[in-house]
Structure formats: structure tokens, C-alpha cells
Design a protein around this ligand. Structure first.
Ligand code: HEC
Length: 131
């Protein structure tokens, strides 16, 4: 009985202290996407850049609703869900302009949009991690 209670209590604790598997999977997809975009710029491969944008857009869908975004944050950070939500929103806007500039072959502007994407990753992580 004690062991059962211990497992139950530690399960609840672990659940609130760490991000869900689902969230980490999305984040790994974002990382893969970001790496592709970087590689695409470095090697001047447009298709790789576009591929990376799609990965991030796909993973970022979980944050399209503020209530949903709240669910993915650690319990003690839920009240900051609006900041997380707006980081994801500004990331979406930067992804869109990156795609647009890339299509118009304005690669310097496209690269600036890439920097904005990285800033958005950082601003949500600042909230989540208390940086
Ligand atoms: C709206 C919030 C939000 C945005 C935007 C965001 N992340 Fe995250 N990220 C999280 C959360 C929540 C975690 C899990 C908690 C932690 O690691 O502190 C996380 C963790 C991670 C991790 C660590 C995963 C692990 O297994 O430990 C990586 C890598 C990552 N994010 C990549 C990115 C990249 C790349 C971007 C931008 C393209 C990004 N994230 C944008 C919320 C966000």
C-alpha cells in the first residue's frame, strides 16, 4: 500500500515537474526544422529551407490556441501562457515572411526572418525555463 501511494504521489509530482512526451516530440521536430533552415542558408539550398519551415509550422500548430498553449506549460508557468502564445504567433509570422521572401528570391530578407524565428524560440523558452 505504501509503495502504491509513493508511486502515485511521485507520478503526480513528475507529471507536473516535467514537460510531456508529446511536447518534447514537437520540440524535436522544431529543432530538426531549424537545423534544416540553417543548413539550407549555409549551402544555399532553397528546398531544404522550405522543408525546415514546414517542419516548424507543423510542430507549432499546438500553440495556435491560447488555452491549448497553457496546457503544454509547466503548472507554475501557466499564468504566462499569453507570452508563450505570442512567441508562437510571432514565430508563425516570421515563418510566413521567410517563405514569402524565399519565393521572391530575396534571400537577405529571408535570412532576417530566420533570425526572428530563433528569437521566438528563445522568448518562449525564457518563460518556460525562467531564464
Ligand atoms: C510556445 C512555447 C515554445 C516555443 C515557441 C518553442 N518552444 Fe521549445 N520548448 C518549449 C517547452 C514547454 C519545452 C519543454 C520544457 C523545457 O525544455 O524547458 C521546450 C523544449 C525544447 C527543447 C528541448 C527538448 C528536450 O527533449 O529536452 C528543444 C530542443 C526545443 N524546445 C526546441 C525549440 C525550437 C528549435 C524552437 C523554435 C523553432 C522552439 N523550441 C520554440 C516551448 C516552446
Amino acid at each position: 500500500m505504501y509503495i502504491f501511494k509513493f508511486l502515485l504521489v511521485s507520478g503526480i509530482f513528475l507529471n507536473s515537474a516535467f514537460a510531456s512526451d508529446d511536447m518534447l516530440q514537437k520540440m524535436h521536430k522544431m529543432e530538426i526544422g531549424l537545423n534544416k533552415i540553417q543548413k539550407g542558408f549555409l549551402y544555399n539550398q532553397i528546398a531544404t529551407i522550405k522543408d525546415g519551415v514546414k517542419d516548424i509550422q507543423e510542430a507549432n500548430k499546438v500553440f495556435h490556441n491560447q488555452k491549448e498553449t497553457e496546457k503544454y506549460l509547466p503548472k507554475n508557468k501557466m499564468h504566462l501562457s499569453n507570452i508563450a502564445f505570442y512567441s508562437a504567433k510571432s514565430m508563425d509570422m516570421a515563418l510566413e515572411s521567410l517563405m514569402l521572401y524565399t519565393e521572391q528570391n530575396q534571400m537577405s530578407k529571408s535570412h532576417q526572418a530566420y533570425s526572428k524565428i530563433i528569437l521566438s524560440c528563445g522568448s518562449c523558452h525564457s518563460v518556460v525555463r525562467g531564464w
